[in-house]
Design a protein. Structure first.
Length: 165
């Protein structure tokens, strides 16, 4: 990632810890995505294939939850390789052969992930807004303000709740 480190680490309440927090100046969308993921979502909110937060989680025949589009791509890629024409596919988590291609929406995980996006990312958004205001009052440079602006946008695009106070 194209990241330039800031000289002063800070702490973010959204991360749930008091340890040093990455205050990088972000320059690419990959860096922004990495920043949002750096907030360490719980493992059960992350697809084992994409390592991204769930948007459309489904439970597969192996009993594990996956992002629907990622699982469909996975099945298409593995079904074409070992024995074309069969409906069997290997589980990305267990490695076992599965026969069923029926998926079930995982409404519970979807709801919990949406709540995580709203609350945790919303708190991070609030913290970043406060940091931006402090930086503006102290006369910090345009690069710092632009960096915080990109972070705020990434948090909003990731589903942060802007109404948290």
């Amino acid at each position: 990632y194209d990241v330039v480190r800031s000289s002063s680490p800070s702490s973010s309440p959204a991360s749930g810890s008091d340890h040093s927090y990455d205050t990088s100046i972000l320059r690419t969308s990959k860096s922004l995505a990495a920043y949002v993921l750096s907030l360490h979502p719980p493992r059960n909110f992350v697809c084992p294939i994409t390592q991204d937060l769930f948007v459309d989680p489904v439970v597969a025949a192996d009993g594990h939850t996956y992002e629907r589009s990622a699982l469909l791509r996975w099945i298409a890629s593995v079904a074409a390789s070992p024995s074309p024409g069969t409906s069997e596919w290997r589980s990305p988590v267990t490695g076992h052969l599965e026969r069923s291609r029926r998926f079930y929406d995982n409404a519970t995980v979807r709801g919990m992930t949406m709540e995580y996006r709203r609350e945790v990312l919303g708190r991070e958004l609030l913290w970043r807004c406060a940091a931006l205001c402090r930086g503006c009052r102290r006369g910090r440079g345009r690069a710092r303000v632009a960096s915080e602006g990109r972070r705020l946008r990434a948090l909003l695009e990731a589903g942060a709740d802007a109404s948290i106070r």
